[in-house]
Every structure is written in C-alpha cells, then in structure tokens.
Design a binder for this molecule. Structure first.
Ligand SMILES: [Zn+2]
Length: 232
C-alpha cells in the first residue's frame, strides 16, 4: 500500500517531476529531429563517420584506439576498457553531416581518455559509489518511511543524490568531447559553413539530453525530500 502510493501521484510529483519529464521529452524529440535532418544531408568531402573518427584520433595523437560498427540507432559510444569507438549503422559508413559530428564527438571521448582529462577521472572514481546510490537510495527511503526511521530516509536521499552528482560530473565530460570534436571539424575543414553549424546543432541537442537527465534526477530528489522530510 505504502509502496504503491510511494510512486503514485502527489503534489510534489506534479510540481517538480512532471515539468522535468516534459523538458526531457522535448529534448529527446529535439535530438531525434536534428539527427534525422542532419542525417539526410551528405557532407561535401564524402567523409564517413569511421573516417572522421580516425581523423580526430590522428589530430590528438591517439594511436591505440579502434573504430568498429555497432548495431542500433544513436548507440554510438567510446568504450575506454577496450579502447574502442563504436559507431552505429547510421554513422559508421554514412557520409552525412550528423555522422561527422557524432563520430568526432566519440573520438573526442577517446582523446579525453588518452590525455587523462580530469573530469573523466573524477567520474570514474565516483562511479562505483553512484551505482550503490542508484540501487539502494530509494529502497532505503521506503524502508525508513515504513519504519518511521528518519535517519534511514536521510541516508537514502543522500545516496539518491549521488546519481545527480554523477550526472553533474558527466556534463563537463560531454561538453568537452563536443568542443574537441568541433575544434577538429573546423580547423581541419571537415565541414564548413552551414554543414559545420548543422553538426554543432546535433551535438548541442545531444548534450541537452544529458542536462535533461540531471534535471529529472534533481526533480525526483526534491520531490522525495519534500514528501518524506516534511514530517519532521
Ligand atoms: Zn559523449
């Protein structure tokens, strides 16, 4: 009963979480729309995503990173454990504006890793603790609520806040990868004029989804704080 009501509607859900979710959905729509638009336009140099990634790696002097194809849509990522950039079907072999932007961004992550970029180190260091927070935070809040044990609620909320902290540290990492990407795209003339601005739009839209994820976490945190700390 309590747990059922826990996730149900309450005034704080409407006040905080609903606007945050609407913002998040708007950002998802924006990134998909921008990606679709910029995937329909070929780039003048006929550079594929894979070729772009290699150009960016070369620019930053990274020699031990592989570029592979991965299935899915917008599933592109850099895997630091295997030092592999994985580019999705729409990016790997596509010579579009979106492909250049996204591939360069993932190569930007590889360059961060190779250069021991500090926010990445901080993020990796706090990752294990944040994983505990994401799996234990809310169960502890519920337990504390059922047992009327406020200390447990506070600990649960603090653990839950670690998720938001992780998402916060993710932001400079994402913005920096895009900055590195755009720097190479511009200085090496991979894209010019409207094409460059198009790639920048794709990367900005993608970054906004990370901002939205943080906003949703903060909204949930506020909601739980207002709802469960209020009884004091
Ligand atoms: Zn990224």
């Amino acid at each position: 009963m309590f747990i059922g009501g826990f996730y149900g509607m309450d005034i704080y859900f409407l006040m905080f979480v609903v606007p945050a979710l609407l913002f998040s959905i708007a950002m998802q729509i924006m990134v998909k729309g921008t990606y679709k638009k910029m995937s329909a336009i070929g780039n003048a140099r006929h550079l594929t995503g894979a070729q772009t990634a290699l150009r960016v790696l070369e620019f930053y002097g990274v020699r031990d990173v592989r570029v592979e194809r991965v299935s899915g849509r917008l599933s592109d990522h850099y895997d630091p454990r295997t030092k592999t950039i994985r580019l999705s079907d729409g990016v790997f072999g596509s010579a579009t504006i979106a492909a250049v932007g996204i591939a360069a961004h993932e190569a930007g992550h590889a360059a961060q890793h190779a250069n021991s970029y500090m926010p990445i180190k901080i993020r990796n260091a706090i990752l294990p603790v944040c994983n505990i927070g994401s799996s234990l935070g809310i169960p502890l809040v519920i337990l504390g609520y059922l047992m009327s044990f406020d200390f447990l609620i506070t600990v649960g909320l603090a653990l839950y806040a670690l998720i938001a902290l992780f998402q916060l540290v993710t932001l400079p990492v994402e913005f920096n990868a895009s900055r590195r990407a755009l720097h190479v795209i511009e200085s090496q003339g991979l894209l010019e004029g409207d094409a460059y601005r198009g790639a920048k739009k794709v990367l900005t839209a993608a970054a906004m989804t990370y901002v939205a994820a943080l906003v949703v976490s903060i909204a949930n945190l506020l909601r739980f704080m207002m709802r469960f700390q209020r009884r004091r």
